[in-house]
Design a protein around this ligand. Structure first.
Ligand SMILES: Cc1cc2nc3c(=O)[nH]c(=O)nc-3n(C[C@H](O)[C@H](O)[C@H](O)COP(=O)(O)OP(=O)(O)OC[C@H]3O[C@@H](n4cnc5c(N)ncnc54)[C@H](O)[C@@H]3O)c2cc1C
Length: 221
């Protein structure tokens, strides 16, 4: 009876342990979680055994378990027609004078009314109207604070925003509407917030899971 053994290692922080698991005879479907070496590292080895055609039993199907912590995640509590009005508590430029471009870190009060999770975004509606005289459309911004907020009291939400400035085909300097509005916000100013939005980027359920983040070069995120 020939058997094919497949071992899938989510991230090989412990190659020796992973090799040992692959070498030893696995049960038909087993999942081994190795003790973590530090808070940021963990390895989870999933070992499954598949019988070949001439052998007997069909492969054991394992139930698909959601890896995300998405139970009870709130989305779209505040919509563009009735946004939450928060207040800018602080706004700090975090890029140096010689850096190409400008990025700002800002904190808004929420009084706990925007129950967001790490990985979600909020919408911001800039003050003023567009070229058609209509209110500006919201722009999305990834939340840059933990769910507790920068002050640890679950009453704030933070953003990290790159100021968009570019030169158009006519050689004119154009300023992005919302990023410039946000980067210019002064402490005390009101800000219209929607959301929270998004369930795609939530953290994994396993607090010790390794998270690899890959970024496209566009604005601050
Ligand atoms: C899910 C999500 C999360 C995001 N998170 C963040 C974040 O955390 N931080 C952040 O800074 N941004 C973030 N963004 C981007 C953000 O939503 C805005 O798109 C950005 O701030 C620009 O908005 P604006 O109103 O300033 O520019 P707008 O006034 O909307 O102008 C943008 C438009 O200008 C034009 N344009 C831009 N650059 C050029 C160029 N070089 N040449 C010619 N035309 C150009 C394009 O047509 C573009 O659509 C996120 C976007 C999404 C979808």
């Amino acid at each position: 009876m020939a058997a094919v053994t497949a071992a899938a290692v989510s991230l090989s922080s412990f190659p020796a342990a992973a090799k040992a698991a692959a070498a030893s005879p696995p049960s038909p479907s087993s999942c081994v979680t190795y003790p973590r070496r530090s808070a940021a590292r963990a390895v989870r080895v999933q070992v499954s055994t598949t019988e070949t055609a001439e052998a007997g039993p069909a492969p054991v199907k394992t139930e698909k378990i959601s890896k995300k912590q998405d139970e009870g995640v709130v989305t779209n509590k505040y919509k563009p027609k009735e946004p939450y009005v928060g207040r800018c508590l602080l706004n700090t430029r975090i890029t140096g004078d010689k850096a190409p471009g400008e990025t700002w870190h800002m904190v808004f009060s929420t009084e706990g009314e925007i129950p967001y999770r790490e990985g979600q975004s909020i919408g911001v509606i800039a003050d003023g109207v567009d070229k058609n005289g209509k209110p500006h459309k919201l722009r999305l911004y990834s939340i840059a604070s933990s769910a507790l907020g920068d002050f640890g009291d679950s009453k704030t939400v933070s953003l990290c925003v790159k100021r968009l400035v570019y030169t158009n085909d006519q050689g004119e300097i154009v300023k992005g509407v919302c990023s410039n509005y946000l980067c210019d916000l002064k402490p005390g100013a009101e800000v219209k917030i929607t959301g929270p939005v998004g369930k795609e980027m939530l953290m994994p359920k396993d607090p010790n899971a390794t998270v690899i983040m890959v970024r496209r070069k566009r604005n601050a995120c």
